[in-house]
Design a protein around this ligand. Structure first.
Ligand code: SF4
Ligand code: SF4
Length: 379
């Protein structure tokens, strides 16, 4: 089969297996990206989750022998939830970002890429292929941009005209010389809505992100959240969608057609206080299929405590007071101390004073003392 014919049959097959967009690009190095990544490293703007070897991230030929081209795929995810449960006093809810709704996209996209590999192998038995989704070396967005999936937007996502920025990305490096597609024109123009709306100023300028300030990354961190960001996290217990929801290019892009990503309302907007009582096993059973569970329950529970503080949820004080003296994790005790200081009822401050009598962890003691000093300043 000729390459052009194969390329067309791949497009058709991809569509048939639920890949919403497919594009092709060469395996040439990503030279501009290489410079940008090095600058990001120098500035300390990286999240720490990415591959540290910039050469591997930008040179596809280092990842597959005889690499000739890259197939980029995009699968849309929903941005709207029907029957979204509303929180109320005494029953506050957190929220997982849209990219964590439904089944973990890594699993779904890997399955689709595996099907695509099998399809290509039946046409070209000696084809070499290497697929990746998110956690691979290549930068998904750079590949998607060059393959004409969408433009690289100021909010650091790829925006497609059809599905907005609500798309998961993946790619496959191959040794087949497919004809490259044309990159799309940047449609952000002079809009700055996402930069203006970012609660933490993480979008430094169009297309540059300081991951150290970005709530999407902070909510995944296993360390205590720096104090300047705690109140800004609000009730987000995983990820942040603000720079996407404000984007005019996402208006009306609901993408409800992918069943695998249909949100389960009670999980995507879970009640906060029951989250704090989950065992590891219960957490895995309820949330383990969602991509937002990948860091385990500790960061999610820490974020749930921040969310209770955000709501100044007085009904949660007895539970927080109990966690403050009984939870074995300093991360949880320290965050709880801060949360009780935010809620600041007499009962909450009393719990902080009591805990200081027995607390031995230096980091948690600092949090407890900070609360009491702040209370003294109010007097
Ligand atoms: Fe800012 Fe949230 Fe976007 Fe991160 S995800 S850049 S914190 S708006
Ligand atoms: Fe681009 Fe405006 Fe959307 Fe930001 S909000 S990504 S600048 S169109």
């Amino acid at each position: 089969m000729k390459v052009a014919q194969l390329q067309q049959s791949i497009r058709e097959y991809a569509h048939a297996i639920g890949i919403d967009k497919i594009g092709f690009t060469t395996a040439a190095p990503f030279l501009e990206l290489k410079n940008r990544l090095k600058r990001q490293q120098e500035l300390g703007y990286q999240s720490g989750f990415e591959e540290s070897d910039v050469e591997k991230r930008t040179e596809p030929t280092l990842l597959l022998d005889q690499a000739e081209s890259i197939i980029a795929i995009a699968v849309a995810y929903p941005s709207k939830m029907d029957a979204s449960p509303k929180g109320k006093k005494g029953e506050r809810r957190g929220i997982f970002c849209r990219a964590s709704w439904g089944m973990d996209y890594h699993v779904v996209l890997r399955e689709k890429l595996q099907l695509l590999e099998t399809f290509i192998a039946t046409q070209v038995p000696d084809a070499k292929m290497r697929s990746m989704v998110d956690t691979g070396e290549l930068v998904d967005r750079a590949v998607a941009e060059r393959a004409g999936i969408g433009w690289s937007a100021k909010n650091c996502s790829i925006i497609t005209p059809e599905f907005g920025s609500y798309v998961y990305l993946g790619e496959m490096i191959t040794n087949i010389p497919f004809a490259p597609d044309t990159p799309m024109e940047d449609e952000c123009k002079d809009c700055t809505l996402c930069l203006d709306a970012c609660p933490t100023g993480a979008l430094i300028q169009g297309g540059q992100l300081n991951a150290q300030r970005c709530i999407a990354f902070l909510t995944q961190s296993k360390k205590p959240i720096p104090e300047e960001f705690r109140a800004k996290i609000g009730n987000r217990i995983y990820g942040c969608d603000t720079c996407q929801t404000v984007c005019p290019k996402n208006k009306g892009k609901y993408n409800l057609h992918q069943e695998a990503f249909a949100p389960e309302p009670q999980l995507t907007k879970p009640l906060l206080t029951p989250m704090l009582k989950l065992t590891n096993r219960q957490f895995k059973e309820s949330f383990g299929h969602m991509s937002g569970s990948w860091r385990g329950k500790n960061p999610i529970q820490r974020n749930a405590i921040l969310a209770l503080a955000h709501f100044k949820e007085e009904a949660s004080v007895p539970l927080l007071a109990e966690l403050l003296v009984s939870d074995p994790r300093p991360l949880i005790r320290g965050t709880t101390a801060w949360a009780l200081g935010e809620i600041a009822t007499a009962e909450a401050i009393e719990a902080v004073q009591q805990a200081l009598q027995t607390e031995e962890d230096p980091g948690v003691r600092i949090e407890l003392n900070n609360v009491l000093e702040s209370e003294q300043r109010k007097c």
